[in-house]
Design a protein around this ligand. Structure first.
Ligand code: GLN
Length: 347
């Protein structure tokens, strides 16, 4: 059999398993490349070359798994997100392109001046870092790898912090200029990408699953960033004095009653803790209600709370944000025109 016939028969196997034709062709090609160690160009150039039984045996187990509707990303062990490749295992949700909109909402955000110290503790103006968008590149010194001048201690000081207040809470643990938290980090795709793009920001990430955090830690190492990972429920595992300029989350938002409508790839393979509203008979909004109740207290004034939402949930979540006292509540549409990101700022 020639390589092109081999590819055609693999495509047919996937189509027969119920995978739509266009995807079957692309995925068969990717699996053949993966099994035989070929680039796309080699696959084309060698289309008339014969395929032997040994090569067939390399592809077969992959084809069986995919025909069984196991997601391609689990078979390959990785998935691209925002231009980076992430390790994925069945312990984590597979990163989705929609989630890139959440990332963009964060990159477009200007951190509030309130993230700086209270007036009495301000260092002389010359020592202040210039105001910058959170997504702006680091100053040249640190980009060249030279050590940045240390922040004056007063900039991170907590001595003026009112008892029990969150107004002047310690921002991000005091290690970097800004602080960001990703709740329910899963593969770590959001936290690690943001840590990579925003080297001046201290990134924290929580997840309830230790197995997911193991994958997220691997991804942080893979991309050479340091993220403070903590295991636990939403904000519970964080030091109580910590506040953030940005809190993001892509929480499990599918109502359990919708499970029968999901593709088998999702329902039968992705972790249910990452997909479904955790409350029995939940409407999909349970974790947004909890985030509205718990997250604003952990934001600095002017800080951003941004979440991904499921189809049809944006208005309800925007309303939760308003009721929680957040301002500038905004809905961002995804490429399909579906309200996908809801954000708001703490006044
Ligand atoms: N934060 C991860 C992602 O966006 C995981 C989200 C989740 O498990 N619900 O892919």
């Amino acid at each position: 059999m020639t390589l092109s016939l081999f590819l055609a028969s693999a495509t047919q196997r996937l189509a027969d398993a119920g995978i739509p034709a266009a995807e079957a062709r692309t995925e068969a090609r990717i699996l053949v490349q993966h099994a035989l160690g070929l680039t796309r160009e080699q696959l084309i150039l060698r289309s008339d070359s014969p395929v032997d039984g040994g090569q067939g045996a390399l592809l077969e187990p992959l084809l069986i798994r995919r025909a069984n509707r196991e997601p391609l990303a689990y078979i390959l062990g990785e998935r691209g997100f925002y231009g980076l490749s992430f390790q994925v295992t069945p312990a984590v949700l597979i990163p989705r392109p929609e989630t890139e909109h959440l990332l963009e909402a964060v990159l477009a955000f200007s951190p509030p001046p309130a993230a700086l110290p209270p007036p009495a503790a301000l260092p002389p103006p010359a020592a202040l870092p210039p105001p910058a968008r959170l997504g702006s590149p680091p100053p040249p010194a640190s980009r060249r790898g030279a050590a940045s001048p240390p922040s004056p201690p007063s900039q991170r000081g907590t001595s003026d912090q009112p008892e029990g207040g969150t107004e002047w809470c310690e921002v991000g643990g005091g290690k970097k200029r800004g602080a960001l938290l990703d709740i329910g980090t899963g593969s770590g795709c959001i936290a690690v990408t943001l840590a990579k793009l925003l080297p001046e920001v201290q990134v924290w990430a929580t997840d309830i699953s230790e197995a997911a955090l193991d994958v997220a830690r691997e991804n942080a190492v893979r991309h050479g960033v340091s993220v403070e990972f903590r295991r636990g429920d939403l904000l519970a595992p964080l030091p109580p004095e910590l506040c953030f300029e940005v809190i993001v989350s892509n929480p499990p938002y599918i109502a359990p009653a919708e499970a029968p409508t999901l593709e088998p790839e999702v329902r039968d393979f992705e972790p249910h803790t990452a997909l479904f509203d955790p409350s029995l008979g939940g409407d999909g909004l349970t974790l947004y209600r909890r985030l509205a109740a718990e997250a604003p207290a952990r934001l600095v004034a002017g800080g951003l709370l941004a979440v991904e939402v499921g189809q049809g949930q944006a208005e309800a979540v925007a309303q939760l944000w308003r009721e929680a006292g957040l301002a500038e509540v905004a809905i961002t549409l995804d490429l399909a025109g579906i309200g996908r990101v809801v954000s708001g700022r703490k006044p």
